[in-house]
Design a protein around this ligand. Structure first.
Ligand code: C2E
Ligand code: CA
Ligand code: CA
Length: 701
């Protein structure tokens, strides 16, 4: 089936800006292996398609040499078997026409975002495959029907049989010699009421001027077997124009019936799993909504997406992947009631309709059951395959009044479930949408922020608690949005990570930090250790280490001046590669600090194995210091853990004199926080460096 991933996309787009945007979309980390070929005109696209095939065509409807429907037709003609997704402005009429001309989907340019685009392409490919299979089946059915001959019986004016052909003999079970002269109604026993009346009342039949009837009815064979038939009756006239009898022609439609049924089933079901497809699902939701409304009940829509399914496909192959999908489908069906609907949307995405529930909590119960059922190992081919699933839930009438909205809300919630690590369920909350919108607008402006030079770096001093000296500077990224003003890194860094921008931004920052260090040194200032935050994604980038070294070399800075701050989360993943990356950095002299220490799940045994220099106690623990006495033990414990591991301990987020004093009295080596100074621009930090000592730290000592 269409489990094959999309590899080559032909983008037909003349507007340079749009093309750049769309290409960038394909560079999104969720679509790493797609090759995008760009044609600027229909002519160029046609030339290309004549030579090479592609998996999908993404077609702009405003080309200089082809517009609107003309463009759809030409693209379709150039590559009739390749699914076509068109890009236009928000124009419903055009969209409907384009779909009628064979386009698989119509996307509104202004609304495109990476996940939606990729999903649309994937579904287009699947739909195309499905349509081809369907039309093949239809053709085969036609051939089958044509090869079956018609049965023919003719009768005289009194309704007695005068002739049966071979097919009619077989179908009625009457050899024609025996049937001769027998009343038609004895031989041709049909259970269609309309016909029986006509058959029993010759006068009426003869008088009838209606065109030959073509009704579906059941023929009862001589031995009692029932055969679905389709028949027609034609009166025979003699030369004088008087009715001389009639010819009844009929055919066995059981095969055709079966095929029709099967075709109806295929059109509404997923080929791979046999589950209802999107169309049927939408129908079911519609019905369920009207029932729920009548009985003032609720219903739930769940959007489910396997975690790491691509990995299964890549390592074990598509056939195992397909069977895993079937196995998941079976388990989903077992987790719900007979009145609920499980459907596959495409790819590794499923949606479930819980038709009538009393309260949202009922959906949570089912979600938990699903999480557990799917997580149990699937035996496929000798493989024990493990897979997790993320679930988003929306509730009617709370989160939407129609199928589309409910599915979209559940999808948003599912995305949230993924974000917090997968293998969990989330209910839709209206705030998610707001956040999604915000996120998207941040993403758009972030793309331009580097070019427009909107980033700056602030430096926050780290103070040695025994002497008050500045030992280091933590670099903090600052972004000033052209209209929104300063945006918090807590807000934009996750977005930058998501859309693949964190790596280039991180490189820019490291370069800037090194440049700053050089310029302080050139002015004869004491060089602090420069601490830089590294997000998980930056750290996992294959060129990360190489880049750090290259940038240090470029700035002729000793590796010892650089300290990388990594969170526990970043360190605890992929234990072996983490260890080897850190070893390489550490061997060169780069310092490593564990950021936000205490908030993650570090295993001490594991930390002991890593080449680490410092621990930064998360500011949430420092915050508890002054409030109540018992909590202070947590900071004490964290400090002694650090010392046990022979690490430098840094308390971060120190805001008051008491907090500082506590750390000082517990032999915490360094501190950082608003009590000393917030992050400040480089020029201001230079003044702090010149001053050298924080008297405040000494006052108490
Ligand atoms: P973080 O690494 O824990 O950075 C310390 C954060 O605490 C900074 O917030 C800093 O301004 C704030 N802070 C410092 N002293 C105090 C204090 O006394 N009280 C309180 N309440 N807060 C204090 P900021 O700059 O908003 O950064 C937030 C987070 O964004 C950082 O947390 C870090 O995870 C991330 N981040 C910042 N810059 C970068 C960067 O260049 N690269 C990466 N990957 N992440 C960065
Ligand atoms: Ca930090
Ligand atoms: Ca921190």
């Amino acid at each position: 089936m269409s489990r094959e991933p999309i590899k080559v996309v032909l983008l037909v787009e003349n507007c340079g800006e749009d093309a750049t945007f769309l290409r960038a979309t394909f560079q999104h980390p969720i679509a790493p292996e797609i090759e995008v070929i760009h044609a600027r005109s229909m002519a160029a696209a046609e030339t290309f398609l004549a030579q090479r095939s592609v998996d999908i065509i993404l077609l702009d409807l405003q080309l200089p040499d082809a517009r609107g429907l003309g463009a759809v037709r030409r693209a379709h003609a150039a590559a009739p078997r390749v699914p076509l997704v068109v890009l236009g402005i928000d124009d419903d009429a055009m969209a409907a026409q384009a779909l009628r001309e064979g386009a698989q989907d119509y996307l509104v340019k202004a609304e495109i975002e990476p996940r939606g685009l990729l999903r649309s392409l994937r579904y287009a490919l699947e739909r195309k495959t499905m349509q081809e299979t369907l039309s093949m089946e239809r053709e085969r059915a036609q051939v089958t029907l044509n090869s079956i001959g018609d049965a023919v019986i003719s009768i005289d004016t009194s309704g007695n049989v005068i002739f049966l052909n071979a097919v009619a003999e077989k179908m009625t079970g009457w050899p024609w010699r025996e049937a001769l002269g027998v009343p038609l109604t004895n031989i041709y026993r049909v259970t269609d009421d309309n016909y029986r009346e006509a058959g029993e009342n010759q006068g009426e039949m003869q008088a009838s001027q209606d065109p030959p009837s073509l009704a579906d009815c059941i023929l009862k064979r001589r031995d009692g077997v029932e055969i679905p038939i389709e028949d027609s009756v034609t009166p025979i006239h003699d030369e004088a124009g008087r009715t001389a009898g009639a010819v009844i022609a009929f055919r066995d439609v059981s095969a055709a019936k079966a095929i029709t049924l099967q075709m109806a089933h295929s059109a509404q079901h997923d080929f791979l799993t046999g589950l209802p497809n999107r169309m049927l699902f939408a129908d079911r939701v519609k019905q369920a909504i009207s029932t729920a409304t009548r009985h003032s009940k609720k219903l739930a829509v769940m959007f489910l997406d396997l975690d790491g399914f691509k990995g299964v496909n890549d390592t074990l192959g598509h056939s195992v992947g397909d069977r895993l999908l079937k196995s998941v489908a079976e388990r989903l069906v077992h987790c719900v009631r007979g009145s609920d609907t499980v459907s596959r949307q495409g790819g590794d995405e499923f949606v479930v309709l819980l038709a009538a529930i009393e309260q949202a909590e009922d959906a949570a119960i089912t979600a938990r059951r699903i999480l557990q059922a799917v997580a149990e190992s699937h035996s496929i081919d000798r493989h024990e395959v493990h897979v997790a699933i993320s679930i988003g839930i929306s509730i009617f009438p709370d989160d939407g009044f129609d199928s589309e909205t409910l599915i979209a809300s559940a999808d948003t919630a599912m995305y949230q479930a993924k974000e917090i690590g997968g293998q969990n369920y989330q209910f839709f909350r209206a705030a998610m949408n707001v956040r999604a919108v915000q996120r998207q607008s941040i993403e758009e402006s972030l793309r331009q922020a580097l070019e427009r030079d909107e980033f700056t770096v602030h430096y926050q001093p780290k103070i040695k608690l025994s002497s008050g000296e500045i030992t280091g500077a933590e670099a903090l990224l600052r972004w000033t949005h052209p209209t929104r003003g300063p945006v918090s890194p807590a807000e934009f860094i996750p977005v930058a990570e998501d859309c693949g921008l964190m790596v280039p931004i991180g490189r820019w920052l490291l370069r800037e930090v090194c440049r700053q260090a050089r310029s302080w040194a050139a002015r004869g200032l004491p060089m602090p250790r420069m601490a830089v935050n590294i997000s998980t994604l930056e750290f996992r980038n294959e060129n990360f280490v190489q880049n750090v070294f290259a940038i240090l070399r470029e700035a002729s800075l000793a590796p010892e001046t650089l300290e990388l701050e990594l969170t526990e989360g970043a360190l605890m993943k992929h234990v072996e590669s983490t260890q080897s990356i850190l070893n390489t950095l550490r061997a060169a002299g780069v310092q490593i600090a564990v950021d936000d220490f205490g908030t993650g799940y570090s295993s001490l045994g594991y930390l002991r194995k890593l080449p680490i220099d410092a621990l930064k106690i998360d500011r949430s623990f420092i915050r508890q210091l002054t409030s109540a006495a018992p909590e202070t033990t947590m900071v004490t414990a964290l400090i002694s853990m650090g010392h046990n591991l022979k690490l430098r301990v840094i308390g971060e987020g120190v805001e008051t004199q008491e907090e500082m004093a506590f750390l000082q009295s517990h032999q915490c080596e360094e501190a950082q926080g608003y009590y000393f100074s917030p992050g400040v621009p480089g020029a201001e930090f230079a003044k702090l460096l010149k001053m050298g000592i924080f008297e405040a730290a000494l006052a108490h000592h």
